[in-house]
Design a protein around this ligand. Structure first.
Ligand SMILES: O=C(O)CCC(=O)C(=O)O
Ligand SMILES: [Fe+2]
Length: 266
């Protein structure tokens, strides 16, 4: 009880500070451009990409990505590399982490070409007001684990940059059982608001600052592309069964601390 009050007080004190820090930091981005064009990504914080809007060449690259996965999908056990294992080893002897990487099964140049899809870049440019940089490209397989929700399975705002949009491509069908990406609609419009002090919140804490109806679970067929402004609250979901195969591209501004000379492939 005492802890709850203390935490509410800290949130109450921190929020205006975060607001001014955010507004002040935004000034640094003006030099990149500020010609924002309204779309569902700017208004809601997310949008689905209509594959038919891609030109012929970009569509071909998109299908090449899908086919690379389809060709190897029955043989993934031998190629996947576990992520987060170090973190989980430290905290739990049972060590059943949920995420592995299969980024290395894809041709790197093909991934870069896919990330430069002109239709997708134009949507992000409209939202940022300037052309984005690509900082990371990864492909992960998530599976059920004996852990509680952890890391990205709790609601958080990404720290990559003040301007950050992530692309999520589902390479298999995703329903409520195999870990849908979940987004708090419009929470990108007030990135200074925090649902708790630790930075990782559960649904109950989110519902204290955003309406329940704003929580969108993306249960979608395979090959769906979702763009999300991940300054807004979002998370994955703990898997009950099967697996989820997710290709992920991170778009940021030149300010991002993540941006090195080359793209990170996790
Ligand atoms: O696993 C997910 O669906 C969300 C991952 C995430 O939080 C991120 O890539 O920033
Ligand atoms: Fe995230």
């Amino acid at each position: 009880m005492y802890r709850d009050h203390l935490s509410s007080l800290l949130i109450y004190l921190k929020t205006p500070l975060r607001y001014f820090k955010y507004k002040f930091s935004l000034l640094q981005y003006i030099k990149f451009g500020s010609n924002k064009i309204s779309n569902s990504l700017t208004k809601l914080g997310w949008m689905k990409i209509d594959n038919d809007k891609m030109d012929k060449e970009d569509k071909k690259i998109f299908y090449e990505i899908i086919n690379s996965y389809e060709k190897l999908k029955n043989n993934l056990e031998s190629v996947k590399k576990d992520l987060y294992s170090k973190e989980f080893e430290l905290n739990n002897s049972d060590n059943k982490y949920f995420r592995s990487s299969i980024t290395h099964i894809f041709d790197k140049d093909l991934l870069i070409k896919f990330a430069n899809n002109k239709h997708i870049l134009s949507k992000i440019t409209d939202c940022f007001g300037f052309k984005p940089e690509i900082s990371d490209i990864s492909c992960w397989i998530d599976k059920p684990s004996s852990h509680k929700e952890s890391v990205t399975q709790l609601f958080h705002r990404d720290p990559d940059d003040l301007k950050v949009i992530k692309l999520f491509l589902y390479l298999n069908d995703v329903d409520v059982n195999n870990g849908p990406f979940t987004y708090v609609e419009k929470s990108h419009l007030s990135p200074w608001k925090i649902a708790n002090i630790s930075g990782r919140a559960n649904e109950e804490e989110i519902n204290r600052i955003y309406p329940e109806n704003n929580i969108i679970k993306f249960t979608e067929p395979k090959n769906t592309i979702i763009l999300a402004d991940t300054k807004g609250y979002h998370k994955g979901t703990i898997l009950k069964k099967d697996k989820r195969v997710l290709l992920n591209v991170v778009y940021v501004s030149k300010h991002s601390y993540k941006l090195k000379n080359k793209i990170n492939f996790y």
